[in-house]
Design a protein around this ligand. Structure first.
Ligand SMILES: NC(=O)c1ccc[n+]([C@@H]2O[C@H](COP(=O)([O-])OP(=O)(O)OC[C@H]3O[C@@H](n4cnc5c(N)ncnc54)[C@H](OP(=O)(O)O)[C@@H]3O)[C@@H](O)[C@H]2O)c1
Length: 238
């Protein structure tokens, strides 16, 4: 039985990925701040789930919590980071931006580094992060969200290059969702909104093929291409 950790599995995409992994013969370690959600996942799958409460902003605790989960699981094959936040902040309140940065940049980096170091020592492993199509462009209403997702996209490429040079058999997948029906996808003007189940199925399929980058759902790949070549004059009209 393979072993996975899903960071940010109390709701949304992370929870759905944890559930689909359980159906696919994995034992899974899950984290999040809302411990009652973790307990409820455990109650439904007592033999296949272990959990630890984790606030990813508390980077000093990341290593010991991850090591604890690995001990409970008895090893690690797959490390998935799905914890993330985003907030509208047109008035550019730094405390809001800083909160997003602490989760999506500091927390993410600390977790990804822990995972890569673990897999390098082991000689193999698989790291997956949920970034966003938002990381391909700037956003005047939520600047830190798009900027932190751009950081993740770039950092994952760096980790992939780093792994390739290390000689270890490590795969890195950058999952770039468009809109998925979770608490995070709020507001008007949403389109092509996927269910969490469909998103998790497509992420699992991409992992089985060890894809470097995957757009979820698939049709967002075309939007990703258009965003990358879009002139600023069009971007300001979005
Ligand atoms: N939904 C979309 O349309 C969409 C599109 C593109 C990308 N994404 C990305 O997908 C990822 C998952 O989001 P989602 O849509 O599934 O939203 P969600 O349902 O709000 O899930 C977010 C998860 O992140 C965890 N989390 C947030 N802050 C945390 C912290 N400080 N410490 C530990 N865990 C934390 C939450 O757990 P606790 O609250 O229990 O801590 C929760 O499990 C995010 O990175 C998001 O940017 C989502």
């Amino acid at each position: 039985m393979k072993k996975a950790i899903v960071i940010g599995a109390t709701s949304g995409i992370g929870k759905s990925i944890a559930e689909i992994l359980l159906q696919n013969d994995y034992t899974v370690g899950v984290t999040g701040r809302r411990v009652e959600m973790l307990q409820s996942l455990k109650e439904k799958n007592p033999d296949k789930i272990c959990f630890c409460q984790m606030d990813v902003q508390d980077v000093s605790a990341v290593e010991s919590i991850c090591n604890n989960l690995v001990d409970q699981l008895g090893g690690l094959d797959l490390f998935i980071i799905s914890a993330g936040i985003g907030d509208e902040n047109k008035c550019l309140d730094f405390s809001i931006e800083n909160n997003v940065i602490k989760t999506n940049v500091q927390g993410f980096t600390c977790l990804a580094d822990w995972g890569m170091q673990y897999f390098k020592k082991q000689g193999h492993g698989y790291l997956v992060n949920i970034s966003s199509i938002a990381g391909l462009i700037g956003n005047g209403e939520a600047p830190s969200y798009n900027a932190t997702k751009a950081f993740q996209i770039n950092y994952l490429e760096g980790l992939r290059l780093n792994a390739d040079k290390s000689g270890a058999e490590i795969y890195v997948t950058d999952v770039r969702p468009g809109f998925v029906d979770t608490d995070m996808a709020k507001g008007d003007g949403l389109f092509w909104v996927a269910s969490v189940e469909k998103a998790a199925q497509q992420i699992l399929a991409a992992m089985q093929r060890k894809k470097k980058i995957v757009y979820v759902t698939k049709r967002w790949r075309m939007i990703g291409f258009l965003l990358k070549i879009m002139p600023y004059s069009l971007l300001r009209k979005l």
